[in-house]
Write a protein that binds this ligand. Sequence first.
Ligand SMILES: N[C@H](CCC[C@H](N)C(=O)O)C(=O)O
Length: 266
Amino acid sequence: MTRFSKMHGLGNDFVVIDAREAAVAISAARAQAIADRHAGVGCDQLILIEPSAVADVKMRIFNADGSEVEACGNATRCIPLFLGRNARIETAAGLLDARLTDDGASVDMGTPRFEWEAIPLAYAMDTLTMPVGWEDLPAPAAVNVGNPHVIFFVDDLDAVDTARLGALIEVDPLFPARVNVNFAQQVGDRHLRLIVWERGAGLTRACGTGACATAVAAIRRGLMRGPVTVTLPGGDLAIDWAPGGHIRMTGPATHVFDGEIDLDRL
Ligand SMILES: N[C@H](CCC[C@H](N)C(=O)O)C(=O)O
């Protein structure tokens, strides 16, 4: 049997498996099976904690579709709660520092990347205002915060068919690694509303890297300065960034329950 913890960041939910003492083999099929909300435990992402030679722990991230990816902001905030202490975390996107707060964690998410090949995009273009369009959406921005994000700033977020457009844009050939699709509306001097269609998971109640990428794009476009409040369906995150600096994301993390599962029976 394999023990797991069910956790979430603003409703973006995770199954966390501690594989520091004994290795746990996770294939794409096994990750999908664990994430299945009917036949498995159910989650947006599966998080595997492994030993690290360069940090306190290594965090591996698997989307509900089984794809292994580089970054997950909401899960990164769950690690200090899971460990009961501050943590330096090795990820495929680099080393992250996460500090416990009263209700979650504050994380240095590193520096954003803006070059077209770093997003990545299939060909060269400006990533602050991309010369591309989908239906009546405005020209987007693109940012990599360890994982790829495209960001649309719209006037009326409730009028956008985020499920249909998100699914379409996630797999557009412009994004050779697919992409997380962010739909944002400015609602105050330093306040954004955000809905995210996540690569490999679909619409989620929150996306930490999406909040980081969207706040960075808003600041880059001169719409606002940090710190920015990002209101997602599951609640608020505080994102701070200034050009040339690191992104700091602060917000809640929740432990729901522990369980155990026979992975060979999935
Ligand atoms: N779907 C993302 C990974 C999870 C990100 C999200 N859950 C977060 O909190 O940042 C991707 O494929 O890059």
